[in-house]
Write a protein that binds this ligand. Structure first.
Ligand code: NFS
Ligand code: SF4
Length: 651
């Protein structure tokens, strides 16, 4: 775990991935004419547009495109739109894109949930406790009712949330009361989900809302509907159907691919598909079919957030994060890559053509030229999964040489907010009390969330892991999701042994409980788990009565997607200080950027920041955490006492 510097691995342009195995495969593949994002970056002849980068290019009507320079008085749109208006419109449309991705995923999950509840699919209700908890939140009567009936009603009420026009979302009520009051006062309580997207698209239409602050109110309303609505419904219904994650051991990185077995990669975001794949891959009939073509078995692995979902629930390895998706194929060891939605590079179909690999799209929402489309539906999940596995097996005899690097790393994943509750609070007395106490006594200075994508513009992975290491060294407990989690996994930070890298206070807590200092909480929709954890910390007491008061901070060091913008904004609206890495999409307007980076704090207690240097990013978060401690009057670090047996029992 040595510090590695940013090092360009191909001639110019692309810094590559902070993983020797990935770079070795990429280089070898490049020699054989396989083109990945690394070469595409180098070949890119057109320079990025500064107006587009800073958010001040408007192309929403045919008078434009209008490229606007903020400080030049005559540089405004033909309609008179200013830089702040244009940048705010673009920012809000990014939130709309990101939130829609999460909410549409949530909608699909809900439809699958209803099918499961009615007994019409291959899935069942696995977590009855969570079902009852959710029923309570949705004001559904449970006394004396059959589980099936409760589940059907929950599914239907959840479904109605997406199209609701007024009345607000049930799950938003899980936020601390003080927070809900803030949202009410500022007028950003979402009424429904789809309605808020529609309103953004309307307000950002030519000639409608032209006040950046008013535009941002709508952006905030939608972001809240995403985090506390669509994403949360996704996570919770998935947990009820597929089981709430508990800590499990698994492995990540390319070394998870198998030299001899049939390798099937699931890539995308909806566990509805990957769960079915996990269920059928080990069926005797499938294994026998694999034997027939000379393979000793079937190896299922994940990529991106789908990878995180099956890792958290089944210990199924993650072969790679977003940035590694082409490299996984370039090993030549993959028979089929099965994808659903989001973060799938179009190029996977092109890379696959260089090998015997078949790319199979499964969602009617996402097709790729060159891929085979086998549509997946809730009512025939296993049947479709078997069909896919058979196709993969058929490809196996066409496999030629493989190049699988040995690089893989042990991880412990599966830290739902319920797990944290049990782990720190004990099986008999699940509670956030010990965590709050450890924050109050200063062993843990605070909590830092490191989330989001991989970037092609930095030495990918290195930025995530540098931030995480700096945070834990300063006794900040780190929560990770999405591709940031996979990067931390590759670096070994998701093992209990990584406690050695933590500051003395955090190390003591981790060693006592036997947990890693960096906790994998799941995929990106699972950032809602972090919201719930924050709400629980508030509810437990002693650290203020709203999220903005607890010593937490968040970051997305290598963000790239619109989903990351929506996530960042719902954290800000929830009272969290959020730092994004390298670039920010509003920098073309100082007025708007100042609003997001400063003034928002007065409204929500949270605000945005951007920082390229990972160590400084972590330090910014630490300063914020320490400021929070000071405001709570707990800044004095207590005399460190060695743990005696009584204290261990107390933990
Ligand atoms: Ni999140 Fe997951 Fe990864 Fe970024 Fe994409 S896979 S939903 S968006 S790239 S973390
Ligand atoms: Fe230009 Fe205004 Fe049309 Fe945008 S809406 S393209 S700023 S004229």
């Amino acid at each position: 775990m040595t510090e590695r510097k940013r090092r360009p691995l191909f001639a110019v342009g692309c810094p590559g991935i902070d993983c020797e195995g990935s770079m070795q495969v990429a280089k070898e593949a490049a020699k054989n004419g396989v083109v990945t994002y690394m070469q595409r970056m180098e070949q890119k002849v057109i320079q990025p547009c500064l107006f587009g980068k800073g958010g001040t290019c408007c192309r929403i009507c045919s008078f434009g495109p209008c490229m606007i320079i903020e400080d030049v008085p005559e540089s405004i749109g033909i309609c008179g739109a200013t830089a702040s208006t244009v940048a705010a419109r673009n920012f809000c449309r990014m939130i709309a894109g990101g939130a829609s991705a999460h909410m549409d995923h949530g909608l699909e999950t809900t439809l699958g949930f209803i099918a499961a509840a009615k007994g019409e699919s291959d899935y069942t209700i696995k977590d009855e406790k969570k079902l009852l908890d959710m029923a309570h939140i949705f004001e559904i009567k449970t006394d004396g009712r059959a589980i099936k009936d409760i589940a059907i009603e929950l599914g239907e009420k959840a479904l109605a949330e997406f199209g609701k026009q007024e009345g607000g979302l049930y799950t938003v009520r899980r936020a601390p009361l003080k927070r809900q009051e803030v949202w009410k006062k500022t007028g950003v309580l979402p009424q429904g989900m789809q309605r808020e997207v529609m309103e953004i698209m309307h307000r950002t239409h030519m000639g409608t809302d032209q006040d950046y602050k008013n535009l941002l109110l709508q952006g905030t309303r939608l972001a809240i509907a995403d985090g506390w609505g669509g994403s949360m419904i996704s996570t919770e219904l998935q947990d009820i159907m597929f089981g709430t994650p508990v800590p499990i051991r698994a492995i990540v990185n390319l070394g998870a691919l198998d030299e001899e077995k049939v390798n099937i990669v699931v890539h995308g975001h909806e566990p509805i598909l990957s769960e079915a794949m996990a269920m059928v891959c080990q069926e005797p009939e499938m294994l026998a079919a694999a034997k027939e073509v000379g393979a000793p078995g079937i190896n299922l692995v994940g990529v991106c957030c789908t990878g995180n979902e099956i890792l958290m629930r089944h210990s199924i390895p993650v072969a790679g994060s977003f940035i590694q998706q082409e490299i996984v194929l370039a090993t030549g060891a993959v028979e089929a890559m099965v994808v659903d939605i989001q973060c799938i590079m179009q190029s996977v179909a092109v890379v696959a053509e260089c090998f015997h690999t078949e790319i199979i799209t499964t969602s009617p929402r996402a097709k790729i030229p060159g891929a085979t489309h086998i549509e997946f539906d809730h009512h025939h999940a296993l049947e479709t999964a078997r069909k896919i596995v058979r196709r993969a097996i058929e490809r196996y005899p066409r496999r030629r040489g493989v190049n699988i690097p040995r690089h893989k790393m042990d991880v412990v994943a599966g830290f739902s907010h319920e797990t944290i509750n049990h782990m720190l609070g004990g099986t008999f007395r699940a509670s956030y009390r010990p965590l709050n106490d450890n924050i109050i006594n200063g062993r843990i200075r605070g909590v830092g969330a490191v989330v989001g994508c991989d970037s092609a513009h930095v030495l990918s992975g290195h930025v995530h892991t540098t931030v995480a290491k700096e945070l834990i060294a300063n006794n900040v407990l780190v929560l990770v999701t999405g591709c940031a989690a996979t990067a931390c996994g590759r670096e070994g930070l998701l093992r209990p042994e990584a406690a050695e890298l933590a500051g003395p206070g955090l190390r003591e807590v981790c060693e006592t409980v036997g947990m890693p200092p960096v906790l994998h909480m799941g995929s990106c929709v699972d950032n809602s788990r972090i919201l719930i954890a924050a709400a629980e910390i508030v509810r437990e007491g002693g650290l203020g009565d709203d999220i903005y008061q607890i010593p937490v901070a968040g970051c997305a060091p290598e963000w790239m997607s619109e989903k990351a913008i929506s996530i960042g904004h719902y954290f800000v609206a929830s009272g969290v200080y959020v730092v994004f890495g390298r670039t920010f999409p509003t920098t073309g307007s100082k007025v708007l950027t100042d609003y997001l980076f400063r003034e928002l704090e007065e409204l929500y207690g949270g605000m945005w920041a951007v920082e390229e240097d990972p160590t400084e990013m972590a330090q910014m978060m630490i300063r914020r955490i320490e400021k929070g401690r000071e405001a709570l009057g707990i800044q004095e670090k207590k005399e460190r006492v060695l743990f005696d047996m009584a204290m261990r029992r107390e933990m």
